[in-house]
Write a protein that binds this ligand. Sequence first.
Ligand code: CTP
Length: 403
Amino acid sequence: MSVLSGKKIILGVSGGIAAYKTATLVRLFIKAGAHVQVIMTPASKDFVTPLTLSTLSKNPVHSTFYNEEDENAQWNNHVELGLWADLMVIAPATANTLSKMVNGNCDNLLIATYLSAKCPVYFAPAMDLDMYKHPSTVSSFRTLQQFGNTIIPAESGELASGLSGEGRMAEPENIVAFLEADLSSKLPLKGKKILITAGPTYEAIDPVRFIGNHSSGKMGFDIANEAANLGAEVILISGPTHFKVKNSQINLVRVVSAQQMYEACHEFYNDVDVAIAAAAVADYRPKNVAEQKIKKSEASFTIELEKTKDILASLGEIKNNQFLIGFALETENEIENAKLKIQKKNLDLIVLNSLQDEGAGFGKPTNKVTFIDKDFAIEPMELKSKEDVAVDIINKIINHYHA
Ligand code: CTP
């Protein structure tokens, strides 16, 4: 999945021949899953039509502060547009537009929106080679970067003038690749490796039967998705579930039993920065697994159970620098029991579910959790979707590294 997926992008188009390439650029943004609104300078409409860009962006194109010919015209609110955007891309950025950006010369909607935008701004210059090299253009590039904007450098090649050299707007594919690489490198969990356990475990009784539980795995998969979307490399070790992963940053390791989950966790643990145990691991398993299907010959039947290994406790024991997060599902003395678990399993944070809370627990789309950290600071949260609980958990990790 592209980092541009779900992003709100304002594309500012200024008046250069490269404006015709913005049709492809809008297509690529939409294909990457972004929402796009286009602002055109009046001059750019000579090079590409607003109808083309509104059709491709699936949104009306903005160009003037209001439509002079329409008595009922509405004011195009540049402040609203500027605040709507997650990022603004000015492509092509002509020498004229760059100079206006430098000086805040706000005589069109594009510059007014640029001055109102609080999001990251990228600009892709496009001009003839001598204009590109001119000290005033070079000075614009420098100043705009000092303002915090990012340049998407022009490419070399044949120019509209017939001359050949540097000044061609970067190809749309390269603009998208540049944005994806730049945004990815700034994600808050970039460079972090996170191990997550999810789902139930199945403990075999015989070749066709098992002891299991109702965990769906949703909580663990939601945490994995959120972590990967924010740049982490994720190892998701999951018991049997129907969930699939969509993000290539997630390495899904499917296991069945508690013992297999234990072994998979220890294979990866040494190498990770964070481990989150969201799995509902069976605490007991049949001591002997029948080789053949057990026949119903006896009136009553007893299965002797033995303890499985506590995976989370075993990770706590060998912890060196990992930030270790566990879950606790309690029915009574919740806080006290959870605190004991923090100590017993050497955790940095516990996510407590109380079965006394409606909407919390297995098989539900929602969860109500309380965070307790290793200093026993307690933070009760509202009832939320599991996706939003995943966001809260990931924010705890981000705070741990960036606070
Ligand atoms: N856990 C684990 N391995 C196990 C059992 C539990 O890794 N064999 C992890 C769970 O993923 C969860 C945490 O331990 O993060 C708490 O599990 P829970 O069942 O609530 O508590 P237990 O420590 O098993 O204690 P008890 O069942 O007695 O409450």
